[in-house]
Design a protein around this ligand. Structure first.
Ligand code: F6R
Length: 609
């Protein structure tokens, strides 16, 4: 999705803006632009990658120390220089960049046209520049009141950064439902839609809330509420390590992040297990609150939803609490039957996914307690949920999630175990056994990376020409197949589907022909024989079978190629099989020559519905 940066301080703005935008490239975009305050405001835009904009700027001498920048992911209007941001009001009084969607932009455009405004782009953003200008001039009021009136009038989501012709040393910002953070150091003030753009300059940040605005001066940030009154904000420190947002010699962020998994899993476990006991104390989720939960809903999108599918099996089996998993975009509109003694869990890496955020609000508005499992500290979902359990994955840059997924799984397991204990459904001995096994996962993940990576890399190149792939498994193996299938399709563009192995016979098996690639995940002892039968059926119809299983499950007979993973308790196998599935997706995409970190049409955080 779109990215925003801004800087106002002592140094040349253009370098900081371009560097910030390059750190946001991973989010996905199709054009870019900057506005720099020289004597007047200078705007440069180009279609395509940032390198095109850099080329355009290469012979320009821009010494201005105040500016804003943007990477656009087209929603309204094609990717083009004309539709790229910044946009300006008709007479250049207001220059603006915007993330989000203005839902009533057509109605507002008509209104402004009646007042003589003309529109030159196909975007919903241009209306914001003109509307702010309209209020600014109509009421002869300053920036804050013009912005506040605009915020009240528009519907939709936005994070905006605005420069006014008449206020040369200021950048104004405002937000509703689109992410934005504001940073400060001795060299100036910064704004960005995502942490990596700012990490190099400062870790001291402010979180601006919905329907708030701020003025970034060269050495000060002033915050305002919707009444235009000044409000105070506490500065927070981002703990993320700056190297976490760099490739550090790896070919892609995705493979770097795959390799970071043993460490981030360990960190996440360590942040919740103390003295062989799980503690969610800091989140406020007490044992008493847990013991009162009658039903759990897990709501998320994409891979985070797949964590939910895995968690559903584990929560129900261990705690006997009924659990339902929903795709957030469905949950928010299906009018779910919710009761006060239920818990809605929202899982999200970014904490900004529009549908997940809306689902959280829907649950809260019905008086149901919400728990967020989130990676980005200070994100909207983290701030609005009743309880928050953070994953300690650090910044995840590759569009396809890997390390965030793995840490979400860990938190979901811990939640299931703690819930089971609070409900009296497991003994202390069982509890200890589960925790002991969880603590072994980082070593087991590491051993897959050490021992299997080369083989997976080798076999993957043979699959790069495939048109289709099927992932099958039962129970938790089915749940993780969903993730394996998504990993493959999103980065290698190979069509793939995941099926509960028992479902194949009900239609899909007709698609199996000579050499159709079928990946069988076979880790669950209680159902593995049934999965083996399904794989045999596939093999006898010519399918090529790649199986993933632990040593104690013999899959040789049915497999054309088999990958072994370390043994663990049945609940935790998804944490191990997913590493193989990630590597498989990654290496197939690499052998197809695809830009793995930025697959086509995708964005890292989906902040519009
Ligand atoms: C796939 C992927 C997406 C995200 C989904 C939710 O690799 O990354 O499917 O899992 O867009 O995003 P978050 O977790 O930020 O809510």
């Amino acid at each position: 999705m779109c990215g925003i940066v801004g800087y106002n301080g002592k140094n040349k703005a253009i370098d900081i803006l371009l560097d910030g935008l390059s750190k946001l490239e991973y989010r996905g975009y199709d054009s870019a632009g900057v506005a720099i305050r020289e004597k007047d405001i200078k705007i440069f835009k180009s279609k395509g990658k940032l390198v095109n904009l850099k080329e355009k700027l290469s012979n320009k001498r821009l010494n201005g120390t105040c500016g804003i920048g943007h990477t656009r992911w087209a929603t309204h209007g094609e990717p083009s220089e004309n539709n790229a941001h910044p946009h300006i009001s008709n007479d250049g009084n207001v220059t603006l960049v915007h993330n989000g969607i203005i839902e009533n932009y057509l109605e507002l455009t008509q209104k402004l046209k009646k007042h003589g405004y003309k529109f030159y782009s196909e975007t919903d953003t241009e209306v914001l520049a003109n509307l702010i200008d309209y209020y600014y001039k109509k009421y002869k009021i300053g920036p804050i009141d013009a912005i506040n009136r605009t915020m009240v009038r528009v519907r939709g989501s936005y994070a905006i950064a605005v420069m006014f012709e008449e206020y040369p040393d200021e950048i104004w910002v405002a937000r509703k439902d689109s992410p934005m953070i504001i940073g400060q150091n001795e060299d100036g003030t910064y704004l960005a839609s995502d942490v990596p753009a700012m990490l190099k300059y400062t870790r001291q940040v402010y979180y601006i809330d919905n329907m708030e605005a701020a003025c970034l001066k060269k050495n000060q940030v002033i915050f305002f509420d919707l009444n235009g009154d000044v409000i105070t904000k506490e500065m927070k420190t981002i703990e993320w390590d700056i190297t976490a947002a760099e490739k550090e010699g790896y070919e892609h962020f995705m493979i770097k992040e795959i390799h970071e998994q043993p460490e981030v899993i360990k960190k996440t476990i360590g942040s919740y297990i103390n003295n062989k006991t799980i503690s969610f104390e800091e989140s406020g989720l007490t044992k008493e609150a847990l013991s009162n939960i009658k039903q759990v809903y897990i709501v998320a999108c994409g891979s985070a939803y797949h964590v939910g599918v895995c968690a559903q099996y584990v929560i129900e089996e261990l705690s006997k609490v009924q659990t339902r998993v929903d795709i957030a975009s469905e949950f928010r509109y299906r009018k779910p039957l919710l009761d006060k003694d239920e818990l809605v869990i929202i899982i999200s890496q970014s904490g900004e996914t529009a549908d997940s955020l809306a689902a959280l609000r829907e649950a809260k508005s019905r008086g149901v307690k919400t728990l967020a499992i989130v990676n980005v500290v200070g994100s909207s979902i983290a701030r609005e949920a009743d309880y928050v359990l953070y994953t300690l994955a650090g910044p995840e840059i590759a569009v396809a999630t890997t390390k965030a997924f793995s840490t979400q799984l860990i938190v979901a397991y811990l939640f299931a175990i703690e819930l089971a204990l609070s409900k009296g459904q497991i003994t202390k001995t069982k509890y200890n056994e589960l925790l002991k096994e969880i603590e072994k996962l980082p070593t087991s993940v590491q051993s897959i990376l050490d021992n299997d990576l080369k083989n997976i890399q080798k076999i993957s190149s043979e699959f790069s020409y495939k048109q289709d792939a099927f992932y099958i498994g039962r129970g938790l193996d089915y749940a993780i197949s969903l993730e394996g299938s998504l990993k493959l399709k999103e980065i290698s563009y190979i069509h793939s589907e995941a099926y509960a192995a028992g479902e194949l016979k009900h239609g899909t098996i007709s698609l199996i022909e000579d050499n159709t690639l079928v990946i069988g995940v076979v880790t669950q002892e209680d159902v593995y024989e049934k999965t083996l039968s399904n794989l045999t059926e596939v093999k006898s119809r010519g399918g090529y079978i790649l199986s993933i299983s632990p040593e104690n499950i013999d899959v040789k007979k049915v497999s054309n190629y088999s990958i072994k993973i370390p043994q663990t308790l049945k609940y935790f196998y998804p944490s191990l099989s997913v590493i193989v599935l990630q590597l498989l997706g990654y290496y197939i995409a690499v052998s197809k020559g695809i830009d793995v970190d930025k697959p086509r049409n995708l964005a890292k955080s989906v902040t519009v519905e």
